[in-house]
Structure formats: structure tokens, C-alpha cells
Design a protein around this ligand. Structure first.
Ligand SMILES: Cc1cc2nc3c(=O)[nH]c(=O)nc-3n(C[C@H](O)[C@H](O)[C@H](O)COP(=O)(O)OP(=O)(O)OC[C@H]3O[C@@H](n4cnc5c(N)ncnc54)[C@H](O)[C@@H]3O)c2cc1C
Length: 305
């Protein structure tokens, strides 16, 4: 029995655990991965906009973050597979057979990259599907690449690859890019970047490695193939809320709906960080949400103890 069960050990979950310890709450953090850190593990460029800490990448940032979190006293289980959660009863059942009980639950499960669900996407993971332009651009220098998506992340990846690749083709569904105007302007200034609006990639093709993409442009009757050796997929993210779908009020995209104190529709169940669709999904926002939820729980428990 713990006071608080925190599901997810990204910035939100870890920061919440730190605050729970500070406020004297017995806390257990459950993380599905072997390593904590969440999205920090996939930031290969400098971490920005977290005042007071400069880091060249997410792992470096996580080291600093872990230094202070490591001093706190809470339980952390990694490689955990959650079988089911009863939010009302505050019970969590693990695949391994354990049943956990708490007074409050914090859902800090974050988001994951959305997938296209097309042929070739999974097959060529690590064999031409570029995980991150920041990390992999040396490997793809001199190669023709395709970037799929129209937001900031797609534009940023296209711009990074344009420094080293002879051609970069950006394929996106809408008429205009969703990326911020500064990125859109920079894209226009790059001669090696071609933008295909109102278009979709329907297949990624190759033998051992990516060799081509199949593109369908709006109003075209048939798709056409274009030779590329690398593909970046950045079509947004989706929340990790499947476990709670039947019990939580979610918005139309599946994010948890919360009050200003980060509480969900179930009493003493909080959703913190990116999983609750914050206007600014950032490390500082996730950390602040964890602190707020911990404070609310502590003040309720101090009143009832
Ligand atoms: C490429 C990139 C660059 C970024 N750059 C910046 C930046 O410069 N500055 C900035 O402030 N922010 C940046 N961000 C955003 C920032 O990383 C996120 O806002 C932050 O990580 C959100 O934290 P979180 O804890 O809410 O979620 P996450 O980081 O997504 O962590 C969620 C955790 O929950 C775990 N989890 C999920 N489901 C389960 C389950 N069922 N059981 C147990 N555990 C589960 C996941 O494995 C993960 O560890 C960047 C993000 C990316 C991807």
C-alpha cells in the first residue's frame, strides 16, 4: 500500500515523485521501459527553454534531472507491464501478478509518435527510417531523403537534412504547412527542399533497405514512386491513455481532461504532463504539473490523517 502510485517515469512522473517525497507521501513509480526519462531519451539536439539548465541533448539533461531526483526517497519499478487499472478503487494489477493499492494515482504516461500504418514503416525501422535527423544526419549525408509531415518537427528535420543531403522531399497532407512561419520561410529558402502539399506517402519500398517511397498527390489517379534512401516520419504524437480509456474522460484526440489542479473526472486520480494535452508540452510544464498534483494530494491527506 502506497499513498501515491505514479504511472510513467518521464519528467512529469519523476518530478511528481520528487515532490511527493518532499511532502512526506509514500510513493511508487511504475515505468514500462527499462530506463526512465520518457521523451528525454529521444531528444538528440540541445534541450531548450528549461531555465537554469543547459544540456546538449536529452540524455545529458536527464543526468542532471536524475541527480536531484535520485536524492529523493521513493520506490521505482522499471520494466513494469500493467495488466489493468481500477481508477476508482485505486488498484493496479501487473502482468507479473502483483496487485498494488494506493490512495491516489497520477497518470504520467506521456505521448508516443503517431505511426502512418503503411507498408514498409515497420519493416525498414533502422534500415532507412531515420529516427532523428539530429542523430542520424551524418549517416544520411549525400543521400536523397523524404520527410513526411507538415508540423514543426517535420520542418526541423527537413532543414537539418538539407545541410547534408542533395535532395529533401517534404510530403504533407494539408494545403499549407502547420510548421511555425520561421521554419516555413527557411524551407522556402532551401533549393534542395521540394514540398509536396496535399500529398500522402502510401508505401515505403526497398529490399534490404529503403529504396523508394510511393507518393499519391491530391487529384492524381495513381501514385508515383520516388527513389530515396532515407525517410523521416513526423506526423504528430498521440497520448498513452489506452489503459484508462473506459474510465477517464478524454478529449476527442484521446488526451486526459483535467481541472486546473490536474485532477481527472475520477476523484484523487491526476493526469500530469503531456498526457493531458497541455498548451505547451514542455519539460517545465510536465514538472510543474507533477508538483501541483503532489501538493493537492498532500493537502487532502493531511486533512484526513
Ligand atoms: C525530439 C523532442 C525534442 C524536445 N525538445 C524539448 C525541449 O527542448 N524543451 C522542452 O521543454 N521540451 C522538449 N520536448 C518535450 C518534452 O520532452 C516533453 O514535454 C516531456 O518529456 C513530457 O514529459 P511527460 O513525463 O509528460 O511524458 P513522457 O516524456 O512522454 O514520459 C512518459 C513516460 O511514461 C511511460 N509510460 C507510458 N505508458 C506507460 C504504461 N502503460 N505503464 C508504465 N509507464 C508508461 C513512458 O515509457 C515514458 O517513460 C521535446 C520532445 C521531443 C520528442
Amino acid at each position: 500500500m502506497h499513498d501515491v502510485l505514479i504511472i510513467g517515469a518521464g519528467p512529469a512522473g519523476l518530478s511528481a515523485a520528487l515532490w511527493c517525497d518532499e511532502l512526506g507521501l509514500e510513493t511508487l513509480v511504475l515505468e514500462q521501459n527499462e530506463q526512465v526519462g520518457g521523451q528525454l531519451l529521444s531528444i538528440y539536439g540541445p534541450v531548450e527553454d528549461y531555465p537554469g539548465v543547459r544540456a546538449n541533448n536529452g540524455r545529458e539533461f536527464l543526468e542532471r534531472f536524475s541527480e536531484s531526483v535520485g536524492e529523493a526517497d521513493f520506490d521505482l519499478w522499471t520494466n513494469v507491464e500493467i495488466e489493468s487499472v481500477d481508477l476508482k478503487a485505486k488498484r493496479v494489477a501487473l502482468r507479473s501478478g502483483e496487485a498494488l493499492q494506493s490512495i491516489a494515482i497520477m497518470i504520467a504516461t506521456g505521448v508516443r509518435r503517431r505511426q502512418l500504418g503503411i507498408s514498409g514503416e515497420r519493416e525498414f525501422a533502422g534500415r532507412g527510417i531515420i529516427e532523428s535527423a539530429n542523430r542520424d544526419r551524418k549517416e544520411f549525408a549525400g543521400k536523397d531523403v523524404c520527410v513526411i509531415g507538415g508540423g514543426d518537427a517535420a520542418a526541423e528535420n527537413a532543414l537539418l537534412l538539407a545541410d547534408v543531403c542533395p535532395t529533401v522531399t517534404l510530403v504533407h497532407r494539408r494545403k499549407t504547412l502547420r510548421a511555425r512561419p520561421t521554419f516555413a520561410q527557411k524551407l522556402q529558402g532551401q533549393h534542395c527542399i521540394t514540398v509536396f502539399p496535399e500529398s500522402v506517402v502510401t508505401r515505403i519500398l526497398g529490399n534490404d533497405k529503403v529504396e523508394a517511397v510511393e507518393i499519391l498527390r491530391k487529384d492524381a489517379l495513381k501514385p508515383f514512386q520516388m527513389a530515396v534512401q532515407g525517410v523521416v516520419i513526423r506526423i504528430g504524437v498521440e497520448p498513452n491513455t489506452e489503459l484508462f480509456r473506459e474510465q477517464l474522460q478524454l478529449d476527442e484526440q484521446g488526451y486526459a481532461l483535467v481541472t486546473s489542479q490536474h485532477e481527472t473526472n475520477v476523484a484523487n486520480v491526476f493526469a500530469i504532463g503531456d498526457v493531458s494535452n497541455p498548451l505547451a508540452p514542455t519539460i517545465s510544464g510536465a514538472s510543474g504539473a507533477g508538483a501541483t498534483a503532489a501538493k493537492v494530494i498532500a493537502s487532502r491527506l493531511s486533512g484526513s490523517r
